[in-house]
Design a protein. Sequence first.
Length: 399
Amino acid sequence: MRFRLAPTPAQERALLEHCFHARYVWNLAVEQHQHWRPGRKSAPGYAEQSRQLTEARKEFDWLAAGSQTVQQQALRDFAQAMSNFFAGTHRRPTWRKAGVHEGFRIVGGRGRHWDVRRLSRKTGEVRIPKVGWVRFRWSRQFLEEAKSFRVNRDRAGRWHAAFAVIPPPVNGPGTGEIVRVDRGVVVSAALSTGERLSVPGLRETEAERLLRLQRRPARAKPGSNRRTRVKAAIGRLKARETDRRKDWVEQTSTRLAADFDLIRVEDLKIKNMERSARGTIAAPGTNVRAKAGLNRSIHAAGWGLLVTRLEQKTPDRVEKINPAYTSQICHACGHCAADNRESQAVFRCRACGHTDHADVNAAKNIRDIAVGRTVTARGALQPPGGAMNREPQPVLTSG
C-alpha cells in the first residue's frame, strides 16, 4: 500500500540524511561480512553490530544527529537478509549505492515511532522520526493494521511511503468461469476468451527522446551538473514507463480476479529464460545482442509481476500449467507440429487449416490440457478418453 509523499525542501533534506545513514550502516555491515573467509572468526551478528553502532554514535556527531530508529532498523534488515541468504531463498546482500538505493524503513508501534492522520479527502500526513509530519496524497483507503512502512526515493526524484499491510483478496463472481492467460512479448497477455492485452509502454516520441538522452552521458563530464540533469531526465522517462506497466498490471489482475473464479497461467521459468547468452572469454555466446533485447522485452511485458499480483489478489485461485507444445497444437483438431505457427501472430494448422491468433490459440490449448487432454511424447494431443492419432494415415487397398 503505497502513497506519494510531498515533503518540503527542508523535509527532503532530512529524508536524504536518513537514507544516507541507513545506506552507510548497511554498507558497513556488508563490508564486515565480505572480509570473512573460512578459518577466520565469524562475522559479527546483529547484537555485536548494534553495540558497535552505539559506540559509533557516541564518537561521531554527524551519525548521532540522525535517527537511531532508522540506523538500527538497517542493521535488522541486513541480519534478516543474511538469514534469507543462508536459508537459500535469496541472494547474498550487496552494496547500496547513492542515487540508486535511497530509502529506509520504520518499524514499531504506531503512535510511538510513527503515526498517520488524515487532513482532507485527498491529503494525509505521516510522522517520521526527526523529520516531522510529511504530507502525502491519500489515494486509497488506509488499512489501520499497518505495522511498518518504508520511505524511498526513486530515480525520478519522487518520494513514496509504502506501508506493509496485506489488502483483502478480490472476490470472484462465483459462476465457475475459467480463463487462461498466455504471456508473450508483443501481446503481453492473451486470454482464452480471445481478448489480447498489451502493456502501454513509452510513446514513439518518448522512446526517441530516451534514446537521445542515453547517448548524452558519454559526452558529459562525470560529476558535472549537466550529467546530473541528463540522468534525472532519463530517470523520469524510465519511471513513467514503469508506472504505466504497474498500473496496467494492477488493472488487469483486478479485472481477471473479479471476472473469473479460476485463472490458469503458464508455469514459465522466467529467470532461466532471462539468462544472458554472453558466455565466457573461452566460449563466447552467440546472438548476444538479440538475446539481450529479448530479455528487455520480457521485463517490459511484466510477466512475473502479473502472476505475482494475481496470486496475491486471488489466493488458491491461480493454477500453473506446463506450457509444453501449447504454441504448436491446433485447438480445433489437436494436430501438433512446429510448422503450425507461421509467425509470431499467425497460427495455421497444417492438418485442418484452422486459423487463429497464435497466442489466443495457445491460451485455449492450456485450458484444454488442464481439464484432461495431455501431450504425448510424439507431440500428438490426446483427449481424456484415450489416445487418438491426429496425423493423416495411409489408405490400404487390396491387391
